[in-house]
Design a protein around this ligand. Structure first.
Ligand SMILES: [Zn+2]
Length: 213
């Protein structure tokens, strides 16, 4: 079986998406890129995360061909592939239909730096131009809007995050959802103060040595 370790992680993190209330039902999808083999493992289309088995995970190449698996890959496979083909700092992607970050995407708003934890994804998170789900146009719009960032909002749809591994991509998702919730709730009582660019540069530098890396 190809990419066994990656498949195990996808089964594990798919369940986490539901357990942590970061997506609903079978929505959302996750993938991990094996840069050495130039293949990525991606969750299948429309299968319950708690019923997904290792053999349901689909392996694809960078041309969009299925290399292993007899299930249909996630309908958003282009949305994953475009990052692996064009960015060398992204080896895992999580796409989810969260609540708070998706509310911002419905307003076609970007997420500003209202809390320093946004720095795990960038100094702000842009909202990509709208395109129909599952299309190459959506993949391109998301890719462009995520330049120099590790997260992007998908207009009227959801959010996508990336990282060097699935653990980072997942934790960026949690951070973006948390900061989105703060931003929306702060706006209920007034105009939140946004951290300025100079301070965000300081925070971004500090983040490079933050944690147990
Ligand atoms: Zn979606």
């Amino acid at each position: 079986m190809l990419l066994l370790d990656e498949k195990k992680l996808l089964v594990e993190y798919g369940k986490k998406l539901i357990e942590k209330n970061l997506t609903k039902g079978t929505s959302g999808n996750l993938s991990i890129f094996n840069r050495e083999k130039k293949l990525f493992a991606i969750t299948p289309s429309g299968i319950d995360y708690f019923k997904t088995e290792l053999e349901d995970i689909v392996v694809m190449d960078l041309n969009g061909n299925v290399v292993e698996g007899n299930k249909k890959p996630s309908s958003e496979h282009n949305l994953h592939r475009i990052f692996y083909a064009n960015r060398d700092d992204i080896d895992a992607i999580v796409h989810a239909h969260t609540v708070y970050s998706t509310v911002l995407s419905c307003m076609r708003m970007s997420l500003p730096a209202v809390h320093y934890m946004i720095a795990s994804a960038g100094k702000d998170i842009r909202c990509a131009e709208y395109a129909t789900f599952g299309t190459e146009e959506l993949a391109e719009n998301a890719f462009n809007a995520m330049a120099d960032r590790k997260a992007v909002l998908l207009a009227n749809h959801g959010v996508l995050t990336g990282g060097r591994n699935i653990s980072e991509a997942f934790s960026v998702l949690e951070d973006v959802e948390y900061v989105s919730e703060l931003y929306i709730k702060a706006k209920i009582i007034g105009d939140p103060i946004i951290i300025d660019d100079r301070e965000m540069n300081v925070i971004t530098e500090k983040f490079k040595s933050y944690g147990q890396k």
